[in-house]
Design a binder for this molecule. Structure first.
Ligand code: NAP
Ligand code: ZN
Ligand code: ZN
Length: 352
């Protein structure tokens, strides 16, 4: 084991603050990564503040990790010291169940190990601690290769916001000739605009923030609808093949279900604290589907990174220092992020 420094919340109401903890020394299959950048996902806030009811403190968040390999175990074949590497939302799974065998580790029937806030199989009694830290040690099977042609800090958000939007867009075969809606222009929403545009769909952004309209068009939206405008929403009724809901807070889901065509799908990826109230009639007429999707498997995450490498796609980021994280959380809650905060890990205090 070795000592590592990070930033963690000690309770649901405590701000994030410097935190010292132990990481395992790399085992035969492990890759040790010096973290250079970590994206800030709204799930970090939900977890640090206990909004999903499953947090165990201290919570050291961060699952949009990029860095450089600083050590490898004897059986590691995928990486060598000095390589760029990425880690997303998972660091392990059972590898034996039907979902794991299908490359869908995110749906592991025995529960995957999250990058933070999960029991750590390798350090019994301890929890996993995430990417708001200097170093992480991860099994090579859960480490991703990073395209060399992209700006590294702007790649970090692909590891969660990128794959969480890519996976449902692919699963529902979004492409040319389809009318696709994206709800909420935050970290996930802005990646969804870029990816759906690159896949060839006609893309509409639904936003509560009229001042994001110009950015939305630059990011890939063909059209923008302000969701607080009832007339503008009514004009979109039953016209969408697919809508991806990326909203982090309580909102009226029926307002978006109404916009789906016969047999079309609204897929929920945003994970608000409170249950969403669905009117039965929103799905009865006209045979609409309401679905959900969780991040993506390891192979699909690699496919998404390679797709982004080919298409030159990265996140639009605002770089912050580690000690600006609490202010960044407040800005995200106020829907004021353009469009993903990324922590420059060089700003981490040397010792907690
Ligand atoms: P984010 O950057 O904070 O963006 C959320 C966006 O939602 C905001 O920018 C805003 O967009 C909209 N919004 C916020 N409050 C709203 C309200 N009261 N009513 C309507 N719209 C509102 O968050 P994120 O990191 O993209 O994450 C979004 C959600 O996805 C979170 O709940 C997160 O936990 C979840 N998530 C799920 C998965 C998964 O696997 N399913 C993975 C990662 C994250 P506008 O200003 O455009 O309205
Ligand atoms: Zn996330
Ligand atoms: Zn499994």
């Amino acid at each position: 084991m070795f000592a590592c420094t990070g930033y963690a919340a000690e309770s649901a109401t405590a701000p994030l603050a410097p935190f010292s903890f132990q990481r395992r020394s790399p085992g035969p299959n492990d890759v040790q990564i010096d973290i250079l950048y970590c994206g800030v996902c709204h799930s970090d806030i939900h977890t640090a503040r206990g909004e999903w009811g499953n947090s165990v403190w201290p919570v050291c968040p961060g699952h949009e990790i990029v860095g450089r390999v600083s050590a490898v175990g004897g059986d590691v074949t995928k990486f060598k010291v000095g390589d760029l590497a990425g880690v997303g939302c998972m660091v392990d799974s059972c590898r034996e169940c039907a979902s794991c065998r299908d490359g869908l580790e995110q749906y592991c029937e025995n529960g995957f190990t999250g990058t933070y806030n999960d029991p750590d199989k390798n350090m019994p009694g301890s929890r996993t601690y995430g990417g708001y830290s200097k170093v992480i040690v991860v099994d090579q099977d859960f480490v991703l290769r990073i395209p060399e042609n992209l700006e590294l800090a702007a790649v970090a958000p692909l590891l969660c916001a990128g794959i969480t939007t890519y996976s449902p867009l692919r699963h529902w075969r979004v492409g040319p000739g389809q009318k696709v809606g994206i709800v909420g222009l935050g970290g996930l929403g802005h990646m969804a605009l870029k990816l759906a545009h690159a896949m060839g769909a006609e893309v509409t952004l639904f936003t509560t923030s009229p001042n994001k309209a110009e950015d939305a068009k630059r990011l890939g939206a063909h059209r923008v609808v302000v969701s607080r405008d009832a007339d503008a929403m009514a004009a979109e009724t039953a016209s969408f093949d697919f809508i991806l809901d990326c909203v982090s807070a309580d909102h009226d889901i029926n307002a978006y279900l109404r916009l789906i065509k016969r047999d079309g799908t609204l897929c929920q990826v945003g994970a608000p604290e409170k249950p969403l109230a669905i009117s039965a009639f929103s799905v009865i007429f006209p045979r609409r589907h309401f679905a959900g999707s969780l991040i993506g498997g390891i192979a699909e995450t690699q496919e998404m990174l390679d797709f982004c490498g080919e298409h030159g796609i990265t996140a639009d980021i605002e770089m912050i220092a580690m000690d600006e994280i609490n202010e960044a959380y407040e800005r995200m809650i106020a829907s004021d992020v353009k469009y993903r905060f990324v922590i420059d890990m060089a700003t981490m205090p040397k010792a907690a």
